[in-house]
Design a protein around this ligand. Structure first.
Ligand SMILES: *Cc1c(COP(=O)(O)O)cnc(C)c1O
Length: 452
């Protein structure tokens, strides 16, 4: 008998949502979100408030003196973990050539690949959540107050204090790196539950920092589930719940307020006449969801956010298209969740993120693994910027909007047609800086092999 998905057959779902045919056939596809509303309306019904994001930003500021000491590579930025924004004009040209068109306006790359400490977007949410927890328990124990200089945390006494507590997380790799490195530095005992697709070097690196790594033969959802279960048995263990965490989301959202200052410093205007279009690689959803939410808070209707997912793991798109959120996984539709884009190898989306971001999101598209590798090599050649495969998912965005009928309709319907020269295209480069050079060379060779 045919397997039913929430009471309906796969064929019925496909009739209702024709895009599912592309998705199940693993074809690259573009989806425009029919539930997007104005930013103002979306904010009015949103459970997360601007005050919460401001609070997260203030917390990171309080920790800055500690971070500057504990991670000297951040000292020059005063202990603020932030990444550069870089124009990529050669890549813009090369991409346009490939798509048989000219990409007007300017393309800026947000280089979260080069965030200090853990070299991926997870250095925002993951580290924020650990710091929030560390602050909460230290304040509760009377060992810290918000008016103090947090560099006092960089002491044997405080490391001893934190060593009574443990932190656990389930991860495909990068979240584990961020949580593991930060928690171990503070003195916590930390366990990372890694899915089968996690890279060996990430496990090795974590073990070298004193992190306990538990390996699973199953995918990400299983690693999270097991991690959560084991943490529940220990009252002094805090579980970082990538599928549901508001704190992670807030840590990511802070990015937008800082980006606003960076763009202003670089003389880049963002307003109704000068739209910003961001393309965010999406796994379980927290990273891109938090950043998109932050961007909408800062720029309102002048910013347009699209998610990008692998053709083999389009979990968020599936949850949003069908409205089923986390009640569906890609495997239900015969999609295998096998992708080299390890940060994106997630079969079931966060329902918290899906529901929160739905009214803000412009749309989403899928990209093949081959294309991600291809763009990896192209970007390395064009700009000498080196990313991991996942981080290239955003690169296809301008071609979808300019080169497809649906994309062009989106531009027209949103008053962007005729303003193309004033658009800032921003692919979000979500990781890469920690990749060992020999593995990066393998990625590069794979990318070159796919060309022509
Ligand atoms: C985790 C990750 C993402 C996506 O973040 P989610 O919160 O899982 O959606 C994108 N790119 C890279 C490199 C990542 O590690």
């Amino acid at each position: 008998m045919e397997q039913m998905i929430q009471g309906k057959s796969r064929a019925t779902w496909q009739q209702e949502y024709p895009i599912l045919a592309d998705m199940t056939a693993l074809r690259e596809t573009f989806w425009r979100n029919p539930r997007k509303i104005s930013t103002q309306e979306a904010l009015a019904q949103c459970p997360i408030t601007p005050e919460q994001v401001a609070d997260a930003e203030a917390r990171l500021q309080r920790f800055a003196p500690y971070i500057a000491q504990a991670f000297p590579e951040t000292a020059a930025q005063g202990g603020i973990i932030e990444s550069p924004v870089r124009p990529i004009p050669q890549m813009q040209q090369a991409l346009g050539r490939e798509g048989g068109l000219t990409i007007p306006g300017s393309m800026l790359l947000k280089c979260d690949s080069h965030l200090p400490i853990s070299g991926s977007i997870k250095a925002r949410g993951g580290i924020y959540e650990v710091l929030k927890h560390a602050e909460d328990i230290a304040i509760q124990a009377g060992k810290l107050s918000v008016t103090e200089d947090y560099s006092l945390l960089n002491s044997d006494e405080m490391r001893e204090f934190y060593s009574q507590y443990s932190i656990a997380v389930g991860s495909t790799g990068n979240l584990g790196l961020s949580i593991g490195i930060m928690s171990a530095k503070l003195g916590f005992r930390v366990t990372v539950h890694m899915s089968a697709d996690a890279r060996q070097w990430k496990k090795d690196l974590l073990r070298s920092k004193g992190v306990t790594v538990v390996e699973y033969t199953d995918d990400y959802s299983k690693a999270v589930k097991e991690g959560r279960r084991m943490a529940e048995e220990d009252p002094k263990c805090y579980f970082v719940d990538d599928e549901n965490s508001v704190n992670l989301f807030l840590g990511y959202a802070v990015a937008a307020r800082r980006l606003q200052r960076q763009l202003a410093e670089q003389g880049v205007t963002v307003d109704e006449e000068h739209p910003l279009i961001a393309f965010l690689p999406c796994g379980v959803g927290g990273g891109p969801g938090g950043v998109a939410f932050g961007l909408k808070l800062v720029y309102g209707d002048a910013v347009h956010c699209f998610f990008a997912e692998p053709t083999h793991a389009p979990c968020m798109m599936l949850g949003l298209v069908t409205g089923l959120q986390d009640q569906v996984c890609v495997q239900d539709f015969g999609i295998d969740n096998r992708t080299a884009a390890d940060g994106l190898a997630v079969g079931r989306p966060s329902s918290f993120v899906g529901k929160t971001i739905q009214p803000f999101l412009s749309g989403s598209y899928t990209i093949s693994d081959e294309k991600m590798y291809h763009y990896l090599a192209m970007l390395a050649d064009a700009e000498d910027i080196w990313l991991e495969p996942s981080a290239l998912a955003g690169m296809a965005g301008p071609l979808w909007l300019l080169g497809s009928r649906q994309g062009q309709e989106y531009l027209k319907d949103n008053g962007l047609a005729g303003k193309e020269n004033q658009i800032t295209w921003m692919p979000w480069a979500t990781g890469g800086n920690m990749v060992p050079p020999e593995i990066m060379q393998e990625y590069y060779r794979a990318g070159k092999a796919h060309i022509g």
